[in-house]
Design a protein around this ligand. Sequence first.
Ligand code: ADP
Ligand code: MG
Ligand code: MG
Length: 441
Amino acid sequence: MDIDNMVQNSALVRAREGGGNKGRSWRWKEMLRFPHISECRELAKTIERDYYDLCVYQPIGKKLFHLYCLTRPELSCFSFFFYNFLCVPQANQCVPSLANMHLFYPFRFLHEYLSQEPFTQYQFSMHFDRFLQWKHLERRPITKYNFREYRLLGKGGFGEVWASQVRATGMMYACKKLEKTHVKKWQGEHMALNEKELLEEVDSRFVVNLAYAYETKHSLCMVLTMMSGGDLRFHIHNMGKPGLTMDRVYFYAAEVCCGLIHLHQKSIVYRDLKPENILLDDKGHIRISDLGLAVKLEDGDLVQGRVGTLYYMAPEVISKEKYNMSPDWWGLGCLIYEMIAGKSPFRDKSERPKSSEMEKRIISKTVEYNEKFSTDAVDICNGLLNRNPKHRLGCQGLGGKEVKTHPFFRQINFRMLEGGLVEPSFKPDVILIASFSCWQS
Ligand code: ADP
Ligand code: MG
Ligand code: MG
C-alpha cells in the first residue's frame, strides 16, 4: 500500500468516527439554516395536502404533527397512541408486523378523526410552517459541493465509486460515478437511467439505497448506502480457507433472500446475483448492490435476455427462454453453494472453462456436494438449482415464502431479521478491507 492510500485511509477512518463536529463541515449550521417562511409560499401553494403523506409517512411530518397535537389538550391523549402505534415506523426501526398498523381498526378510526379538523387546523399552525421550511431545505438542488470526497472504494464498468461525506451532516456514503463519455461510448444511457430509477423505487435494509442523485459536467452520480465491509467474494475466497462458517451462511443467505423478495414484490428481477455483488456494512449485515442489470416487469410479463455473469446464469437465461423471477432463485442456489463449498457449483476455483463448456455444465452437469453440506443444505441447493423454473424453489407463486420456510433456515427468525433485530455474528475489519481494496484498484 503506498503512502497516499495510507493517508486517505486514515482520513476516512477519522471521518467515519467523527471528531468534535462529527465530520460536519464548519459551515454546517449555515447549510442547514432554515429559509425564511416567506420563501416557502410557493411550496405551500403546491404541496399536496394529503394527511397520510404529510403526517404519517414522512418522519419529519409525523414528528411535527405529533408536536402540534401536544399543544391541544383535547388531542394530547391521542398523541401517545399516535406516536407509539399509529404511525408507520421507519423501515429501519420496526418489526414488519407493525409496519401496516395504521391500516387496522381502531387505528384507522383514529386516523380518520385526526385527518379532519385537527389536520385542517394543523395547516395553520407554526408547526406546519416549520414543516414547510424543512421541505424547502430538502428540495434544494444537490450538487457536488454538498459532498466531501475521501477515497476510491472500487471501480466498475462505467466509472468509479468514492467514499463521500455529506458536508452538512457528516453522514458517509458511497458515491457511484458514471462517466458520461464512457456511458455514451457504450450506449449505456438506458442502463444508467434504469439503475437510478430502480434504486429510487426500492426501500429495503437488504438492498443498497439511493440517498441522492446529481450530475456534474463529466459524470452522473448516485449516492448510495456506504458498505465498508467488503464483498462476499472477498470474504469467501480471501480470508483463509475458501468458504464461510455455517452460521454466516444461514445469516447471509437469509438476508439475501429477504432482499430478493423485496425486489420481486416491486416486480424487479435482479439478474446479477453473485458473491461480488453482495456487500457487507461495518456491522456485518449484507445488502444487494449494483442494480445495473435489473429490470422491472410489467404486470405478469415475462422477459427475455441473456444477461448476467455466465458462471451464475440460470439455464433458462442461457437458452434464451422467457422468464420472470426464476433466475434470481437459481442465483441464490449458486450463492449458498459457493458460501459452503468455497467454489461455485459448476466451476472449480482456479478453472476458466470456455463459455460453451460452461453452458453445457449449467444445462446438464449434476451438482456434487462435499461433506460440508448437511442434508438440509443439499436439499435447498437442489431445490434452488432445479433446471426447470416451474419446479424450482422460490418459483411456486408464493412470493418466495417456500424458501424462507425451508428447514435450512430453521435457525433464522425472519421477522426479527427483517426488523433489523438480529446481530451479525461476524463483524468485518474495515481497516483491513480498506487496505485490500487499495491493492485491488
Ligand atoms: P458496476 O455496475 O460498474 O459493476 P458496481 O456498482 O458493482 O459498479 O461498483 C463497483 C465497485 O465499487 C464494487 O465492486 C465495490 O467494490 C464498490 N462499491 C459499489 N457500491 C458500493 C457501496 N455502496 N459501498 C462501498 N463500495 C461500493
Ligand atoms: Mg458490479
Ligand atoms: Mg453494474
